[in-house]
Design a protein around this ligand. Structure first.
Ligand SMILES: CCCCCCCCCCCCC/C=C/C(=O)SCCNC(=O)CCNC(=O)[C@H](O)C(C)(C)COP(=O)(O)OP(=O)(O)OC[C@H]1O[C@@H](n2cnc3c(N)ncnc32)[C@H](O)[C@@H]1OP(=O)(O)O
Length: 782
């Protein structure tokens, strides 16, 4: 895992753990042993740490976070690197991330090729840099840059890293040769000043203001997420505490976060995102499919979606022919594309040179003939079946036979686009804003205005969902995507069902129909584009939304017309009705075979609707709540409201299982049958977190009283976490009828509130144990 060699007077420690050289136990051991060996070898004057293959270590091995921790700890390895009496140089290429960057910060020098990137993405996994990163980076670059990098998780280019002082030198040509030369040039120089632990954080006198501002910013920007908040706390400790105490605090916070449900959810999302790219269909899979080359593209329609799609393609460096039906619409579209490109450059999302090149790659036209040689056409005209069929007819005649003809339709059946090449016709549904959202897909939505019809205020609903971590509430999203688009879609749906929508329509296709959108549409309130929708905007196409009493009047008039008595809807109900209907729909999608795995649905939500990652996605969220509860609440809403929730047999079967053991799809984990319930004692809550895993990567978290008695299904290990105060000795007894295992938990003799966890290895077979957790109660409590 770490290849050791000596080149002249320099020892080379090459991490060799493809694909990303993650710092697994074996790699950590290899690094520790390599440093020891090089230190003892009198021939060796300097040491280089680098990565074999495509990258410097891109971090700790994320899969190990779900397993019992194993020595050597990364921080111990780092300490041995820093203590080396021979200079250690990190030679960086590829992505030097997380634990990889921490290793490099223990080295005395860091050099990199220009294409390298560095960063601390732990926050995206619900964690903080836990191997001294929060204490060492601020000492090197100061608080503002450290806080920004650690709380955002962004990757920094080598050029910027050099500017910040993270890198000592950028090198061209062969990295290893350059590193050997560099290492020999620093032999004999004093190492003390290169050891970051002894440095003071620059600008420490401003620490309070800077950290308070950062805290306020992360609470605003990452609502509901725990990790960014703890990142700021840990970084602040680099100024407030001596190095060793700062490390202790970082470690406690790391463990606390790692034991949290949010870290579980975010790590699940990381692997789910990679799992969904391994698609498979009856006629092939990612292993057998060969990508068609796409060198030229065309977009039909220069409205909101068409321009967004064009920006997306241009940003990827693809030439785009933009087609509209008249000069005025075309010019409007070109202006929008220019403004979007400029905005993306300002936000740092698109490099200036890409935006400049885009102007040469964009060709406007009114003529279908110009599309004859393109490889890919994406149609984004109005959501009108007749119009779309006409467009596809023309494209079929004009475009070369190998061209892919795609539709950005969100609702229409792609098979209705009659062409002579059905194998080259596909739905390509972008999510708005198309140049920003990473998902390209079709997915069921929820009928979000139900609740407004009954009495909820759209602004309150948006606020509740935004507080949960959604970047925009459902009504802001409707304004963004266009109320007119929603109107057109429902008109088309009605037509395809052979009916028409009137002021009296209450059901459409067997589902409850809400006409508030129609009333807004008729009053010209089409959303952001007209400056008025559910909200009022500062201008047409503006982004700053304010609640609008006129919109509330329209909604109230609608209720009166329908004789609906306004009622109060609680926040809990808003969340349940939004989330549980999506969960139900998710199960339906699985049942119908539209998707094969819950990860497909979760990733669609994470990237299509920017669902908060700390909840993992609706399906993961359901597994955390318990399918029985979700199912019961869906039944309750189904019975108590005229909601036509489509009943999902799969969820019913899983949710109403009488065994009390809720098995779900394996990836979501959790098999537990226990009598866990939170109880209170005189001193307040005592928290004991039981984690029982189906497999190491997918644990779920359960809370139980300190005196736990019940059966657990165990595979691999049990992990008990608790927040406690005072001395106590708890022990856990596991018995499966044949053998018994007793585990004594460590003594706690610290009066502070902290989280401790202990892991017990109980074998590799799935078996049923009677588990008893007992001990003195007097001094347990929070
Ligand atoms: C007494 C008890 C004491 C306990 C001590 C307590 C304290 C403990 C302290 C612990 C301290 C640890 C501190 C360190 C933390 C970290 O480092 S967290 C990890 C940080 N790094 C990341 O988050 C990087 C994640 N990876 C990526 O962003 C990308 O993979 C990439 C590196 C940018 C490469 O991208 P790309 O080329 O597109 O490839 P991918 O498809 O994404 O990945 C390829 C395969 O590699 C797998 N993978 C990637 N990264 C990791 C990883 N870090 N660990 C494990 N596996 C990884 C990825 O899943 C892909 O595999 P497949 O899914 O099989 O395709």
């Amino acid at each position: 895992m770490v290849d050791y060699s000596v080149k002249g007077q320099v020892a080379l420690l090459e991490v060799n753990n493809p694909p990303v050289n993650a710092l697994s136990t074996a790699v950590r051991t290899g690094l520790r042993d390599g440093i020891a060996k090089a230190s003892k070898d009198p021939k060796v004057k300097a040491i280089i740490i680098c990565g074999k293959g495509q990258t410097f270590p891109a971090g700790a091995d994320i899969r190990e976070f779900g397993q019992p921790p194993r020595a050597p700890w990364l921080i111990e390895v780092g300490d041995s690197i820093e203590a080396s009496l021979k200079p250690v140089v990190a030679a960086i290429h590829g992505t030097c991330l997380g634990g990889g960057l921490e290793v490099s910060l223990f080295c005395h020098y860091r050099i990199a090729v220009k294409s390298a990137r560095v960063g601390f993405p732990e926050v995206n996994l619900g964690l903080l840099p836990g191997a001294a990163g929060t204490q060492r980076l601020p000492r090197l670059v100061g608080l503002p840059v450290a806080l920004d990098m650690i709380t955002s998780g962004r990757h920094v280019t080598a050029l910027d890293a050099k500017k910040y002082g993270i890198l000592d030198e950028l090198v061209a040509g062969d990295l290893i040769n350059a590193a050997i030369k560099y290492a020999m040039s620093v032999v004999g120089k004093p190492l003390m000043e290169r050891r970051l632990r002894y440095k003071q954080v620059p600008g420490a006198d401003k620490a309070r203001e800077v950290c308070e501002a950062a805290m306020a910013q992360v609470k605003r920007k990452y609502k509901g997420y725990e990790a960014p908040v703890e990142c700021v706390r840990a970084v602040r400790a680099s100024v407030d505490l001596p190095y060793a105490d700062g490390i202790r605090m970082e470690s406690e916070l790391f463990k606390q976060l790692n034991a949290s449900g949010q870290a579980r959810a975010q790590q699940y999302a990381f692997f789910a995102e990679r799992t969904v790219s391994r698609w498979s269909m009856p006629n092939g899979s990612y292993r057998t499919a060969k990508a068609l080359p796409v060198k030229t593209t065309a977009v039909l329609g220069a409205g909101t979606m068409g321009t967004g799609i064009a920006v997306c393609l241009l940003s990827a460096g693809l030439p785009v022919i933009l087609l509209e039906q008249n000069e005025k619409l075309l010019q409007n579209g070109l202006r929008t594309i220019k403004a979007l490109m400029e905005g993306s450059v300002k936000l740092g999302k698109v490099p200036m040179e890409v935006a400049q090149k885009a102007t040469t790659l964009l060709k406007p036209t009114l003529n279908y003939e110009d599309l004859k040689d393109v490889d890919l056409v994406i149609e984004a005209v109005f959501e009108n079946l007749k119009l779309k069929r006409e467009v596809f007819g023309k494209l079929d005649k004009i475009c070369k036979p190998s061209a892919l003809l795609c539709s950005n339709t969100s609702t229409l059946d792609i098979d209705l686009a009659a062409t002579s090449r059905p194998d080259k016709v596909a739905g390509m549904h972008f999510f708005a804003p198309a140049y920003h959202m990473r998902l390209l897909e079709n997915i069921y939505g929820t009928k979000t205005s139900f609740m407004v019809e009954e009495g909820a205020n759209p602004y309150e609903i948006d606020q509740i969902m935004e507080d949960l971590g959604m970047p925009m509430g459902p009504f802001k999203v409707r304004d963004l995507s266009g109320i007119d688009i929603g109107w057109r879609i429902t008109q088309e749906v009605a037509k395809s069902l052979g009916t028409t929508i009137t002021k009296e329509t209450k059901y459409l296709g067997g589902e409850r129909y809400c006409g508030i959108g129609d009333d807004l549409y008729e009053k010209g309130r089409h959303g952001r584009k007209t400056g008025l929708g559910f909200y009022k905007y500062e201008k047409k196409g503006g982004k700053i939304s304010t609640p609008d009493p006129d919109a509330l009047d329209i909604i109230e008039a609608y209720r009166q017309r329908r004789g609906i008595v306004k009622c109060k809807i609680s926040s809990q109900e808003v969340i349940e009705r939004q989330m549980y209907s999506s969960i139900n729909e998710g199960f339906k999608i699985l049942e119908e075979g539209i998707c094969t795995r819950p990860e497909d649905i979760d990733i669609s939500w994470l990237y299509g609707f920017t669902f908060p990652k700390y909840l993992g996605g609706p399906m993961f969220y359901a597994s955390r709540i318990g399918l029985q509860k979700v199912y019961e609440r869906i039944c309750y809403y189904h019975e108590n409201f005229p909601l036509k929730q489509r009943d999902c047999k799969d969820l019913r079967r899983r949710g109403s299982s009488t065994s009390g053991v809720y098995t779900m799809y394996p990836a979501l984990g959790v098999v537990i049958n226990s009598y866990c319930d939170m109880t209170t004692d005189g001193g307040g809550w005592t928290w004991v977190f039981w984690e029982v895993a189906v497999d190491a990567a997918t644990r779920c978290c359960w809370r139980s009283p300190p005196f736990f008695y019940g059966y657990v299904e165990v595979y691999g290990y049990v992990e008990v976490c608790r927040l406690c105060r005072g001395n106590d000795n708890l022990h856990l007894l596991l018995s499966n009828g044949e053998s018994e295992m007793r585990f004594d938990m460590e003594d706690f003799n610290n009066n502070t509130r902290y989280l401790q966890y202990t892991t017990f290895t109980v074998g590799n077979e799935t078996s049923r144990y009677l588990a008893t957790l007992s001990g003195p109660s007097g001094n347990v409590g929070t």
